[in-house]
Design a protein around this ligand. Structure first.
Ligand SMILES: [Zn+2]
Length: 342
């Protein structure tokens, strides 16, 4: 059985069933697009969907709804990872840029590689498509303009808005949605029963695969500790430099994500006393008490600083200095006199 991140590829993710049947309908009618652009947030199942679709197109005897049989010779070749009609195109792992260079695109557009050799279809998975460099995108555009016979070019990515408009307009654009919470929770519980799926799903911004794979117990414990430290600083119970040193354990990138998420919740709570949907519902009472003490304009300004810091952390900046200055600022803001007016 083929699997991606431990999830079987012989089963569709239920929230993608509608787009699946649309594509299978188009296939049955001989109208399947030659270019697909699958976008959506991290962890909603774009890659799972693309792999299922590729297998469906290459399988000799797909079952009802077009699901691959998992048993034929083509499915077996796919399971072994060497089906000649499935091409995987991604960044050169040796390259520092992380870009997909033109050579990778030429590799499959210049040889006769767009003609299926044993299956009905030839499928190229281009992933992550937002890493195509301009020359590669241009080369790919030519292929999208003059598609070979039974070829499907499937572009997958999180930031596909950065692709040239010419590429996007020549693809059928499909946004893979995050499911409703109830559907996501029932799917997660079917994967493995746990009592804290609701929190994990919220931390994953509603993306079920992210909730399933991204947060182990150590991650969750570290988040709890750092959030406790963040609240303690606001109460004057923790030295900002000591806390900033502890921020190195999760690393600057993750720490800035967390700070942004906590500040967003605080700003939400400052804006309304109504029931509000938080990213960190497990500490709602603590965050709400803190939100009452901080002037909203001051909270907004600090959130802005955190977001700027998050952008800066992508560059080769001194992360320790950045974290220390944020911790000192936070400690001053949250304790020091800038109270919310009555
Ligand atoms: Zn099969």
């Amino acid at each position: 059985m083929r699997a991606l991140n431990g999830i079987s590829l012989e089963a569709l993710l239920p929230w993608t069933a509608r787009i699946w049947s649309q594509l299978q309908g188009a296939r049955a009618a001989g109208r399947l697009a030659h270019g697909l652009l699958l976008s959506g947030p991290v962890g909603v199942g774009k890659r799972h969907f693309a792999e299922c679709l590729a297998q469906s197109l290459l399988c000799r005897t797909p079952g009802p709804g077009g699901i691959a049989c998992g048993r034929c010779a083509d499915c077996e070749l796919l399971a072994l990872g060497n089906h000649p009609d499935l091409l995987r195109v991604g960044p050169d792992p040796e390259s520092k840029s992380g870009e997909i260079p033109i050579a990778m695109i030429r590799l499959f557009t210049e040889r006769e590689s767009l003609t299926p050799s044993r299956a009905e279809w030839k499928v190229a998975l281009i992933d992550p498509a937002d890493r195509l460099n301009p020359a590669a995108a241009n080369a790919l555009l030519k292929t999208l303009e003059e598609p070979a016979g039974q070829t499907l070019l499937c572009l997958i990515g999180e930031r596909t808005g950065s692709l040239p408009a010419t590429i996007r307009s020549r693809c059928l654009q499909i946004r893979v949605p995050a499911p409703a919470d109830a559907e996501a929770l029932s799917w997660l519980n079917a994967q493995s029963p746990r009592s804290d799926w609701e929190l994990r799903l919220r931390l994953a911004h509603g993306a079920p695969l992210r909730a399933l794979r991204d947060f182990d117990d150590a991650w969750l414990a570290q988040r709890q500790e750092r959030l406790t430290g963040f609240l303690a600083m606001a109460a004057g119970g923790r030295d900002p430099l000591a806390e900033a040193a502890a921020w190195n354990a999760p690393g600057a990138k993750l720490m800035l994500e967390w700070l942004a998420s906590w500040m967003c919740d605080l700003v939400r709570l400052m804006a309304t006393a109504e029931d509000v949907r938080l990213e960190n519902p497990d500490r709602q009472a603590d965050l709400a008490a803190l939100a009452r003490r901080i002037e909203p304009a001051v909270g907004h300004r600090f959130l802005q600083r955190v977001l700027e810091g998050r952008a800066l952390a992508e560059t080769n900046l001194n992360h320790q200095l950045l974290l220390e200055s944020l911790a000192i600022d936070w400690s001053r803001i949250a304790r020091g006199g800038e109270h919310r007016r009555p």
